[in-house]
Write a protein that binds this ligand. Structure first.
Ligand code: EPZ
Length: 416
């Protein structure tokens, strides 16, 4: 296992390129299963989860190769099985369920277990697909799904689940008749998936709103598509500018899709503006405390909760964070406290009292965004921080230490 060794205290200044969005690229890659021709997908970030997805797609009979951020996918004779040893490393593998049922009427997908941040059930995915005519059995930890041709249905989701919306959107694209998804997720990554499907001939309206209408078509063709930039990676770098007291220019930063994050960071005293070259971010005079409640899009994203909490550790005053999406997304708190932060958790709420400084320490990454918050804290801390188990980080951040070192950070990757 690798660790990152960070010498903190350097204000970061310079230009960072934002990569393609992991959480848009993953469903878009799974959607290639639906196509009856080759597709070329660009701006795909070089991440562990992407390579896990490509491995799974090749296993399923959709031949994929990856070169310099571009995936060429050629769907062939599809097989129904997504094995446990792949699914357990990446829960998003469940996104093959809808496409397989839509294309070949059967699927045998390992039921994704929980993960560090929560139970992560997939009941909404299954309920929606059952409404479209699929039937499921659970056998030895695998979901066995079967259907004749999926039929369009009127589906009301219990909550605006991102993965559930994506699975049902993909299934509905080839179903017979019309599907209406109510209480659908509005995340930009869902919109990117819908735009990809439309580019392949799908008939979809209302994506980005709580009610999406899909008219099924007999086949979908291939083509070309570029994945949107990663708003969570960009948001992480905005915090890096604030927490180190530097100034960063982010190229390809999805400014509009980060509105809730930018408004919150500005309320803390950061100066963030759009320029012709990109998004410019700096700390400003002092950092003030703020309160954050995570919400489905367009609210404050849960995937930025750990990162803004790191910034709040060094703000004047006390702030409150409420994590309303996942039941266990405070694994970074104890590690931040080891660095001198003053955070108390009670239930879904965390109280953060700002401190003058953080001090470097050995800390343990537990999940993707918790790892990012520990790196951010290490960049600001006095002394050396060792972030262990950074395979979590490599799932969602492309070459993070080289991007940060290029703007003045002092980070070494070492074998544990
Ligand atoms: C996606 O996960 C993202 N992952 C997550 O990003 C992100 O945190 C999450 O959406 C919320 O924005 C990808 O896109 C690959 P959900 P997903 O279904 O689809 C409950 C990261 O850091 N729920 O919207 O799994 C669930 O328990 C990752 O990049 C059900 O109860 O999230 C959770 O409380 C972490 N039943 C809430 O809904 C279901 O069938 C939101 O989950 C589905 C979900």
């Amino acid at each position: 296992m690798d660790k990152l060794v960070i010498e903190g205290g350097v204000p970061l200044t310079g230009v960072i390129e934002v990569s393609g969005a992991k959480n848009a690229a993953l469903p878009i890659l799974f959607a290639s299963i639906l196509l009856d021709g080759p597709v070329s997908i660009s701006n795909v970030p070089d991440l562990r989860d992407i390579h896990t997805t490509l491995k799974l797609l090749n296993l399923l009979g959709c031949a994929c190769d990856y070169q310099n951020g571009r995936v060429e996918a050629r769907p062939g004779d599809l097989l129904p099985e997504a094995p446990y040893d792949l699914v357990r490393t990446m829960r998003a593998s469940v996104l093959c369920l809808g496409p397989l049922l839509a294309r070949i009427g059967r699927a045998r997908v390992a039921l994704p277990g929980g993960c560090a941040i929560g139970a992560r059930p997939v009941d909404q995915h299954l309920k929606g697909l059952e409404r479209m005519g699929a039937s499921f059995q659970l056998e030895e930890g695998y979901i066995l799904g079967r259907c004749r041709r999926l039929k369009g249905a009127h589906i009301i989701l219990d909550m605006p689940t991102v993965g559930g919306t994506e699975n049902l959107l993909m299934a509905a694209a080839l179903a017979e008749g019309e599907t209406v998804l109510e209480n659908a997720a509005r995340e930009p990554e869902v919109v990117d998936l819908a735009n990809f499907l439309r580019a392949c001939g799908a008939q979809i309206e209302g994506h980005g709103t709580p009610s999406i209408r899909i008219r099924g078509v007999p086949t979908l063709h291939g083509g070309e598509y570029a994945v949107m930039p990663d708003r969570i990676e960009a948001g992480t770098f905005l915090v890096a500018a604030g927490i180190t007291g530097g100034e960063l220019l982010l190229r390809h930063c999805p400014f509009e899709e980060l509105e809730a994050v930018i408004l919150k960071l500005r309320s803390m005293g950061m100066e963030i503006s759009q320029t012709p070259e990109g998004t410019l971010a700096r700390r400003g005079a002092t950092l003030h405390a703020t309160d954050v409640t995570t919400q489905p899009y367009p609210g404050f994203p849960t995937d930025m909760q750990a990162q803004i909490m790191a910034l709040m550790c060094l703000a004047d005053g006390a702030g409150v964070v409420e994590e309303s999406i996942f039941e266990n997304r405070y694994m970074h708190v104890q590690e931040l406290n080891r660095m001198g932060a003053r955070i108390r958790v009670s239930g879904y709420t965390a109280m953060i009292r700002g401190v003058q400084k953080l001090t470097g320490a050995p800390v343990m990454a537990s999940d993707l965004r918790a790892s990012a918050s520990l790196v951010l804290a290490g960049l600001a801390a006095r002394g050396t921080t060792e972030v262990r188990r950074i395979y979590h980080l490599d799932r969602g951040y492309e070459r993070i230490e080289s991007k940060l070192n290029a703007v003045g950070a002092r980070i070494r990757r070492e074998r544990e």
